[in-house]
Design a protein around this ligand. Sequence first.
Ligand SMILES: Cc1cc2nc3c(=O)[nH]c(=O)nc-3n(C[C@H](O)[C@H](O)[C@H](O)COP(=O)(O)O)c2cc1C
Length: 190
Amino acid sequence: VVLAASAVSEGMMTDETFDALTASVDPAMIVVTAVADGERAGCLVGFHTQSSIVPFRYSVWLSKANHTYRVGLRSTYFGVHFLTVGDFATAELFGTVTGDDTDKFAGLALEPGPDGVPLLRDCPHRLVGRRISVLDDGGDHVCVALEPVGTAGGGAFAPLRQSGVADLVPGHDSAERPGPPTERAGDPAR
Ligand SMILES: Cc1cc2nc3c(=O)[nH]c(=O)nc-3n(C[C@H](O)[C@H](O)[C@H](O)COP(=O)(O)O)c2cc1C
């Protein structure tokens, strides 16, 4: 796809050029974890970035379809694990399986973070963040802004990038919504 800068104006948007632009960035992949009332959650995330310098902020975007999003709404602390090229199996587990029917953490080596948020021992490049805001701008992902309260690792490593996991089929399609959305919606008699 060839993009002429001068040709970009409102109304000239195409799905193909948007996809080409975002694929060119080839973001590094992370696993975000959370826990609420003893229910552990975690998923593979490609939408994430540092979002402030002073003070430090790190933001992740969670799909409204995901178990991790629903648990995350009730969580204060989140684990953010930066995957390396050797972490494909971890990406596959957290990106293709859903916590709605499977405990992804069973059998994994874990360390408890603040409030018991599960941290993956095999993923040493990580931070723990405290949730400071949630922004739902109407899209299918919701921004969770975190204040980093702990960091580990950070030495030079080769990140696992989106191009390396392109064939994974997400455990939840981003258009999925748990149903019924409320108990009353599922029972018209109420
Ligand atoms: C390459 C790739 C990138 C993904 N990026 C995100 C993301 O940025 N945010 C998100 O919430 N889910 C993302 N997902 C989807 C979840 O990781 C996936 O649906 C997972 O199985 C959901 O698990 P859960 O229901 O236990 O939370 C991505 C999946 C893949 C394969």
